[in-house]
Every structure is written in C-alpha cells, then in structure tokens.
Design a binder for this molecule. Structure first.
Ligand code: NAD
Length: 413
C-alpha cells in the first residue's frame, strides 16, 4: 500500500501529518511512504530527513496519481485531483462542513476523519488527535498571554523591587484548559480554573490550582464525559457570577466548548469593563460563530477602551509545529495501522473506532451524524441509519444543529 503526505496549504498551517520517525515504523505493515517535497518545511523537517527514513520524495501530482491513502492534518488542497478508491485520513471536520464529505464521497473517495474518534475508548487513545492538538494549543495559549502581558507571571524578588505573581483564570478545563493551567503554574502564576463538568474540580485541584465554584450554576454533565449546553437562565447566572471572578484576574484564558454547538459566552462586555488596564484575555474558542469572549475575533488581537487586550486565538497548535506534528504523526500512524490488514485498508464500520471515523466509503456518506445533516427534509419517522445511501443535497452545515456525537466537529485551535 502506498500512503502519502501532502504539504498542508491552509493559511498559517505549518504542521505536517507524518514526521520522519514514523516512516520506518509503518513499513513492516506493508506501507510505503511518499512525501511531497517540502511537506515538512513548516515544522523544520527536511526532505532529506524523510528520505533517510525510507520515504520517496515526490511531487503532489504523483501523490494524487499513485497513492492509495493520503494523510493530511486538515483538508487535502485539491479535491478535484482525488480519485475513486483513494482514501484521505485527516482532521476533516465533517460535521462543520458535511458538503465537503459528500463531495469526496461522490468522487468515490473514502473519507476518514480523526475528529470523529470515540475518545473514551482506551484503545483509541493513541489515535486521539483532538487531545494531542488541544494539549499543544493549551500550552501555547499561556505563552501568547504572557507575551501580551506587561508584567511577570512569577513572583520575583530582586534588588529592584518585588513583583507579585500574575493571577490567571482558565475558563473551561478540558484538555486545553488543563494544559493551560499546568503551563501557567510552571511559569509561576497564581492559577484558578472553572468548568461545569462534574469531574473538573478534582482535575483542576490536582494541578495545584484553585477551583472556582459558582453558587448560581452547578455541574452540568452531558454525553460522553462532556458538558451539556446550559439553559438561557443558567447562562445568564453564570455570566453574572463569573464577572466578579474575572474582574480580579490579570489574565483570563477561555477554552469552553460544547461539541456541535456554538461556544458559550463566558466573558461579557461588563466583565471586560471590570478588568484592570493591562489585563489580557486569550479566547481559544474564538470562531466564526462567536467565542467565549464578547468581541473576540479569530486571528485578531485588539485592545479595549479600558486597556484590556483580547486575543482571538486561531489554530494555536499550528504555531508549535514540530511538537504538534510529532504528536499528530503518532495519532495518524496508529489510526493507519488500525485500519490496515495485509497491506491494504480494511474498512469495517462494525468496529467501534471505524464507526466513528469512517465518514464516507464506496461512494456514500456512511457516518450517521454527517448523513443526517445531508438529508433534504426532516424524516417522517426515525433517523437515518448508518450505512444508508445518502444522495440528498445538504440541508444544513450549521454546527449548532449537529447531532453526530462528541468530537466530530474538529478542534477550533
Ligand atoms: P472541549 O474542547 O469540547 O471543551 C472544553 C471544556 O469546556 C470542557 O471541559 C467543557 O466541560 C467546558 N465547558 C463547556 N461549556 C462550558 C460552560 N458553559 N462553562 C464552563 N465550561 C464549559 O472538551 P475537550 O477538552 O475536548 O474534552 C473535555 C473532556 O472530555 C475531557 O476533559 C475528558 O473528560 C473527556 N475526554 C475523555 C477522553 C478519554 O476518556 N480518553 C479523551 C478526551 C476527552
């Protein structure tokens, strides 16, 4: 089987799907690697390093023409060059854009998306790219905040005076939030964290941070260990009570997401106005749909009238490209090996992992959650079943209405 790595072409994307180390580990499974010349440049991985590991360095055109499987971080640059029988494995966000999956299915391309992985299965953990990339992003969010902040993070006692440590609040303590807490603690800040998942208090305190407990809103468990969406009344009470906590912070990092929904607004205009000049907010949930912070725009940094810097984080994992690629490479290699039998892809959606990640196969969208978004009208009775033919035009690509289960939307950072 020929598997191939294309150079990523999305703006700002510096990661590469596979690092040289992985090339030799795939060979015993009968997988020969093709790597587009320059694919690793953004992560400081040279063509020579891939060639030394046993890969063939080729053009993109040769990959489209000859590869059986194409490994990507995000979308392959050219859909029109993909051919029937080829497979694409990457983080393809099929619930956010089901038409993309449908377009590939129509070409006969098998679509496998790592962001559909059933993350709570322990045997799936080596393939969990959402977790590995969120870890990198959570780390970088703290460095971005520290870079914008006009003071030190640690307590510093010097002959020139004493600097008090920065106070950092992390809102949303999933994978990215917990890594942000750990990183801010390593930099010496006084850190607190807040989340509505029932297990989050123990996770936050085990990292040496203080857990913020609200009196107005308790824990709100959803499916699969995730949070549920709060009601309008709960949201308002949460925003109002958080305002008092936010006002006392130097730095706020927000990461809160509910899979398949618009990110919850946690830092309101009133909360921003209550912060001191020089404070910094990094919104990791900033997206085209809105984020956790009023006024945050992905990829933009602004300063409010009262001197609060708001960073709308965008694809932070891509800004730590070598570490992010190394971790992603382990995830995608594990997935490729899981899917490979006797030197070929063996698609079998009765396998729990494959049922989550295989989005399209044999010319059809086979993933139930994605297929339901492509229905022309509400079904009269029951929901579409996995594996049914899906020839309909897309009905909606709005993540707010996605029902495909946790994690399928893909990471925002
Ligand atoms: P995520 O990126 O979807 O969300 C980040 C955090 O935002 C979550 O912790 C969520 O509870 C929180 N959040 C959502 N709405 C909120 C609100 N209104 N107020 C405050 N916080 C809010 O989540 P993630 O980081 O991808 O994963 C979250 C959790 O999923 C993990 O911590 C873990 O429990 C579970 N998970 C389990 C495994 C596993 O079992 N192997 C792997 C990955 C994730």
């Amino acid at each position: 089987m020929k598997a191939a790595v294309l150079k990523e072409t999305s703006p700002g994307e510096r990661r590469v799907a596979l690092v040289p180390d992985a090339v030799s580990r795939l060979r015993p499974a009968g997988i020969d690697m093709l790597v587009e010349s320059g694919a690793g440049d953004g992560a400081w991985l040279s063509d020579a390093a891939y060639a030394d590991a046993g890969a063939s360095i080729v053009s993109a055109a040769e990959i489209y023409r000859t590869a059986d499987v194409i490994l990507t971080v995000t979308r392959p640059p050219s859909v029109s060059e993909l051919r029937a029988g080829q497979a694409v494995i990457g983080m393809l966000a099929p619930l956010a854009d089901p038409e993309f999956a449908a377009a590939l299915a129509a070409r006969g391309v098998t679509v496998i998306s790592l962001d559909g992985l059933p993350r709570t299965l322990s045997r799936a953990q080596p393939m969990d790219a959402l977790t590995s990339q969120s870890n990198v992003a959570g780390y970088k969010a703290v460095l971005v905040a520290a870079g914008e902040f006009g003071r030190f993070f640690p307590l510093l006692i010097t002959a020139a005076g004493t600097a008090r440590p920065a106070k950092v609040l992390v809102l949303g303590t999933g994978v990215a939030g917990l890594q942000a807490i750990a990183t801010a603690r390593r930099l010496g800040a006084v850190v607190s964290g807040y989340d509505i998942r029932p297990t989050s208090k123990d996770e936050v305190t085990s990292l040496g941070a203080t857990f913020v407990e609200l009196t107005s809103v308790g824990s709100a468990a959803g499916e699969g260990g995730y949070a549920r969406e709060l009601t309008a009344e709960e949201r308002q009470a949460q925003q109002e009570e958080l305002t008092g906590h936010i006002a006392r912070q130097d730095v706020v990092i927000t990461t809160a997401q509910v899979p398949g929904r618009k990110p919850p607004l946690l830092v309101t205009e009133d909360a921003i106005k209550a912060m001191a000049p020089g404070s910094v907010i990094v919104d990791m949930a900033a997206s085209a749909l809105g984020g956790n912070v009023t006024g945050s725009v992905p990829g933009e940094t602004s300063v409010t009238g009262n001197g609060v810097t708001i960073v709308g984080a965008e694809n932070l994992a891509a800004t730590v490209p070598t570490a992010a690629s190394a971790a992603y490479s382990r995830n995608i290699s594990a997935m490729l090996l899981h899917l490979t039998r006797d030197g070929a892809l063996a698609i079998d959606t009765s396998d729990e992992i494959q049922a989550g990640v295989v989005i399209a196969h044999d010319g059809r969208v086979v993933h139930e959650g994605v297929a339901s978004l492509l229905q022309p009208a509400q079904p009269q009775s029951g929901q579409p079943q996995s594996g049914q033919p899906q020839s309909a035009q897309p009905q909606s690509a709005q993540p707010e209405s996605a029902e495909g289960g946790p994690g399928v939307d893909g990471p925002s950072n």
